[in-house]
Design a binder for this molecule. Structure first.
Ligand code: MSP
Length: 513
């Protein structure tokens, strides 16, 4: 187990719009990692928050007839609420309008300036407000950004960052640290982008006001992406690089930024270049996940098919939603949300496989063993084999999650659930109760112990359901770490168990129309 502190961040979300499934997805994935690492016994810090400056936000505030500050206060609150609804276990919620962040962004500016990496020039080129990104003429496709966003011609005085100077150091860094950008396919894309040549980057704007002021240059505000990226440092105390938080969670930590594939370039090219320039250590990894479509269609406000996280939670339940999003699609690949797929996952894997297994086993223990953990005296080699599979989950989940393979970790857990269901059918404890009580008890013991391992492994993914399962097995709070998925922490025969209760109800499809 690694002793290195773990710092994980979500992107900070633009407050031009209400939260949707994309935001929920990144946040849930980070939450699962943060919870998992805590259960590994590591020191963890988990950051999320909101990105509140820039032209896009300023325009949205105008359309809502609010001042930018009123507007960002309102929308930022809806992201904070979402964090609560998703049961995120974040340690900090950052807003880029906070004084601590303005101070950090300006300090970063001063540091880049002191390194001679900023110069004054003027920008003439294409800008997309929707993407908050500059585009070269050659990148446009039929007069619009490659992302499909409209662009406008911008000409204004601007400060530039000497990005071109960092092309070779970046390539050398990618080469020396193959794990820096994941997954592999995305890493290759970034490398070819950088090899294609880096132009200096415009990092200040003068045509609007809603941003962090460039120190001593009141006419300029800092480009929103430079401002935003610094949030990861602000939250650990930058520019105070001697404070404990910074020392623990930046200087000596595994820092992981989880982002959507659309914003990888900002994180994997601009951000490391800024950090190299000022001599701050680079994060360990940037992981780019894919995008969700809705019933096969791109999700967009204009199509009116935005999926609201609170509706998913209301319809399917929070644990079920968290499970589906991470189980359905390998993290890194694009995924399609469909009601049918959601219902199938809930019913086949949660209700039929895991829920049913727990219900059957626990209610039999309640009736046949007086509500106590049964005796293991009658155990045979075959039972031990079943248990070894369950204990093997500790390693299977670990190797999957190191690579953000949430779906594979869950597949391994469900696989053990399936094996236990086959075992219960084959052993038929309801027959043994008449023929061989000692064997019946051993079989029920094996089942409970397998369910304990499943529940422990599900904790980061479905905190409420896993807690209920562990409660029903009387597993104390201090025996719920990942290391407890082992024989050493096995249930103790004779321990009293509470009345069992269903955990994963079957989802009934109500036909529309
Ligand atoms: N503010 C910037 C990030 C700054 S980080 C220093 C931003 N914000 S955002 O609100 O537009 O997007 C946040 C995240 O949501 C991105 O990682 C993006 O990939 C993700 N998603 C937006 N729509 C999505 C889907 N349809 N599916 C999955 N994730 C998507 O970018």
């Amino acid at each position: 187990m690694s002793e290195i502190p773990f710092y994980i961040t979500t992107p900070i979300y633009y407050v031009n719009d209400k939260p949707h499934i994309g935001h929920a997805y990144t946040s849930i994935a980070c939450d699962v990692m943060a919870r998992y690492m805590r259960l590994e016994g590591r020191e963890v810090r988990f950051l999320t928050g909101t990105d509140e400056h820039g032209q896009k936000v300023e325009k949205s505030a105008g359309s809502a007839n609010l001042t930018p500050q009123e507007f960002v206060d309102m929308v930022s609150e809806s992201f904070r609420e979402l964090a609560g609804e998703l049961q995120l276990s974040h340690d900090d919620f950052i807003r880029t309008t906070q004084p601590r962040h303005i101070r950090a962004a300006q300090a970063m500016w001063d540091a880049l300036m002191a390194k001679g990496d900023i110069y004054l020039g003027s920008y003439a080129g294409w800008y997309s407000v929707r993407d908050e990104a500059f585009y070269g003429e050659e990148e446009l496709v039929g007069g619009i950004a490659p992302t499909g966003a409209p662009v406008e011609w911008v000409e204004e005085p601007s400060y530039f960052f000497r990005l071109s100077k960092w092309q070779e150091p970046l390539l050398a860094y990618f080469e020396a640290h193959p794990e820096f950008i994941a997954p592999e396919a995305r890493r290759n894309e970034v490398i070819s982008f950088v090899k294609g040549g880096l132009r200096d980057l415009s990092i200040s704007r003068t045509s609007f006001l809603w941003g962090v002021r460039v120190p001593n240059q009141d006419a300029h505000v800092i480009y929103v992406w430079l401002d935003a990226l610094v949030n990861y440092l602000t939250a650990v105390g930058y520019p105070d690089v001697t404070c404990d938080l910074y020392q623990t969670f930046w200087e000596h930590a595994d820092v992981t930024h989880v982002v959507g594939k659309d914003i990888l370039r900002f994180h994997a090219v601009y951000w490391p270049a800024f950090l190299m320039s000022v001599g701050v250590p680079l994060p360990r990894q940037i992981f780019a996940h894919g995008w969700w479509t809705n019933e096969g269609q791109k999700i967009s406000k204009s199509l009116g098919n935005v999926i609201k996280p609170e509706q998913l939670i209301e319809t399917y339940g929070l644990d079920q939603t968290r499970y589906f999003l991470l189980r359905e699609v390998p993290f890194g690949a694009d995924g399609n949300f469909s009601r049918l797929a959601m219902v199938q996952r809930i019913n086949s894997e949660l209700a039929n496989t895991i829920g049913n297994l727990a219900q059957r086993s626990l209610s039999m223990v309640q009736k046949q063993c007086g509500g106590r953990v049964p005796s293991r005296d009658g155990m045979v080699a075959g039972d031990q084999d079943v248990l070894m599979r369950a204990y093997g989950l500790q390693e299977a989940v670990r190797t999957s999650l190191v690579d953000f393979k949430f779906h594979a970790a869950l597949e391994a857990v469900v696989e053990v659930g399936r094996a236990l269901n086959e075992y219960i059918d084959a052993q038929a404890p309801w027959v043994l109760k008449k023929t061989d009580v000692s064997r019946m008890e051993a079989v029920l013991y094996t089942l409970l112990e397998g369910i304990r391992c499943i529940a422990l492994c599900l904790q980061p993914f479905m905190p409420t359901a896993a807690d209920k399962m562990l409660f029903q097995l009387s597993v104390p709070e201090n025996a719920r770490m990942n290391a407890c998925v082992s024989a050493e922490y096995a249930l103790i025969s004779g321990a009293v168990l509470p009345e069992p209760e269903g955990i994963f109800p079957r989802f009934q499809v109500v036909e529309e129309g």
